[in-house]
Write a protein that binds this ligand. Structure first.
Ligand code: ARG
Length: 273
């Protein structure tokens, strides 16, 4: 599918996102906890997993965390474009104290560091209305040499997106779908879902396979990303294949998580590295 190319916009030092408000979800079955349905993870094991924080907007509580991101080079972080938008104005938000938090699994600690951001690139085709092309690249003001990075999937790759492929999603988001934000990083394994299935789950063109892909337990629910996980990585075989983007509720059967399909825009992202 041909990609519409918009004007390139380079946005400097803006950023932020709507307060990660939890949408209500039907009561979850007992034992379904974490990211949702996952377990603890750590930035020792996953050194490329970073948090986006803004203390002026979200407070010192949890280091100001509001989204996730992935270190893909010593100076570049890939996240979701919507993390950098203001939901009320539908415009990129101005967050002078935007920080990338590296090496801090537990947000109540001062482990690792909070790195200022010198430049923000948002995909020029990103649409807040359609959620399409939900990707952004942040440039770190202080390089992070020696920290392991996660490689991007190749442009046009299809193998990692085969239905049933095991993927893992990471984040500090809501663990219950009711506004319970953890201090520590979590992860959960979710199978990739066929585009045709996801198009039925999100009808009327809400799901667009050109720039999105779904993952989760389609029939039973219980495992998913949720509010606050946005921008964080969906990983298959040690590569960044998706970014937490949107979904109806969290971990609901028949409403899987929708991710930015990184293989659809890997070249554009690489052009920013
Ligand atoms: N938009 C949400 C955020 O800003 C992420 C929602 C993901 N939802 C899901 N059910 N996977 O944090």
């Amino acid at each position: 599918m041909a990609r519409r190319r918009g004007r390139r916009v380079l946005l400097v030092l803006l950023a932020a996102l709507p307060v990660p408000v939890a949408t209500s979800t039907p009561a979850l079955a007992q034992g379904q906890l974490r990211i949702i349905g996952g377990t603890g993870a750590s930035t020792q094991q996953e050194p490329w997993m970073v948090a986006l924080g803004s203390r002026s907007v979200y407070g010192d509580y949890r280091s100001g965390q509001f989204c996730g991101g992935t270190l893909v080079s010593p100076t570049k972080v890939v996240t979701a474009a919507h993390c950098l938008y203001d939901e009320s104005t539908m415009r990129p938000a101005n967050r002078p104290d935007l920080r990338v938090i590296v090496g801090r699994s537990d947000l109540s600690t001062s482990a690792g560091s909070e790195v200022p951001v010198s430049q923000v690139w948002i995909d020029p085709d990103y649409s807040m209305r359609s959620n399409m092309w939900d990707v952004a690249v942040l440039t770190l003001a202080v390089p992070q040499p020696g920290r392991a990075v996660l490689p991007l999937v190749d442009q046009g790759a299809t193998a990692p997106y085969q239905p049933g492929t095991a993927a893992t999603v990471y984040g500090w988001g809501d663990t219950r779908g009711n506004g319970q934000y953890p201090m520590t990083l979590h992860s959960v394994q979710v199978p990739m879902i066929a585009d045709s299935t996801c198009a039925r789950d999100y009808p009327d063109g809400a799901f667009r396979a050109s720039s999105m892909v779904c993952a989760g337990d389609q029939s039973r629910g219980g495992r998913d990303a949720c509010q606050g996980d946005s921008g964080g990585p969906l990983v298959v075989a040690g590569r960044l294949v998706g970014l937490v983007s949107w979904g109806t509720g969290c971990a609901e059967a028949g409403h899987p998580g929708v991710y930015t399909r990184v293989a659809a825009m890997a070249d554009a992202v690489r052009g920013q590295l």
